[in-house]
Design a protein around this ligand. Structure first.
Ligand SMILES: [Zn+2]
Length: 226
């Protein structure tokens, strides 16, 4: 498969400018959206992606880390979670097995997107698209919840939906804290044989401000005094 040059810049989730926009919204504290050098580490050349995407053992490993649920539900990542709440997949092999690619850590949703839809291709402007989550769950791996867009699209998603009642983006724990809590709840329920869906619901709701919080009136005159 031939890919255009430049496809190595395969993963970007930084949201320039978003932090300042959110911070200006009075009374709202934006969830942490850390950015870091780990994203750069995960940028691979198209040929490198191809090797990892066609490695059967990496494919098996990927699928083993995805907690599949109903068609329209979020499929959460059960492996390591990055500081931005995205899954991390160890691809390749640490050994020197013949015919196997060397190990490296990649963004699991970028791997999964390309596994299900084919390689990412640059847009008309030569830039690779960003993978967005319709569901705003950064660790979700349901392919039907993924769509591509520009960095601006991704930023617009965030500014439009962060702070919305019940939105994953309003989670007080930030995307990484939320993703890890949900992952841990699933793993615990599986280990103990308890209700996984109940565990997911509890873990997901634990960081969401109560519905009544935004309606809370601080004016003492309305507090029923006298
Ligand atoms: Zn989802």
């Amino acid at each position: 498969m031939i890919l255009a040059p430049g496809t190595q810049a395969a993963f970007r989730v930084s949201l320039p400018g978003v932090r300042s926009v959110i911070a200006s919204r009075k009374g709202r504290r934006a969830p942490a959206r850390p950015t870091g050098d780990w994203q750069r580490r995960w940028r691979l050349k198209a040929a490198e992606w191809q090797v990892l995407l066609s490695d059967p053992e990496t494919q098996v490993r990927y699928h083993s880390k995805v907690h599949r649920r109903g068609h329209g539900e979020c499929w959460f990542w059960l492996g390591a979670i990055s500081d931005t709440g995205h899954g991390k997949l160890r691809a390749g092999t640490r050994t020197t097995a013949e015919g196997r690619p060397d190990t490296r850590v990649v963004a699991s949703h970028v791997y999964g997107y390309q596994l299900s839809r084919g390689p990412l291709r640059p847009d008309a402007d030569g830039k690779l698209p960003v993978i967005r989550h319709r569901c705003d769950e950064s660790s979700c791996h349901n392919p039907s919840h993924w769509l591509t867009g520009t960095i601006k699209d991704n930023a617009d998603d965030y500014t439009t939906r962060a702070g919305g009642l019940g939105s994953p983006l309003s989670d007080r724990r930030g995307p990484a804290g939320r993703a890890r809590a949900i992952r841990d709840a699933i793993l615990q329920a599986l280990a103990e044989g308890t209700d996984v869906e109940h565990g997911i619901t509890r873990a997901a709701e634990a960081g969401i401000p109560a519905v009544q919080d935004p309606l809370f009136v601080t004016d003492s005159s309305s507090a029923g005094m006298g």
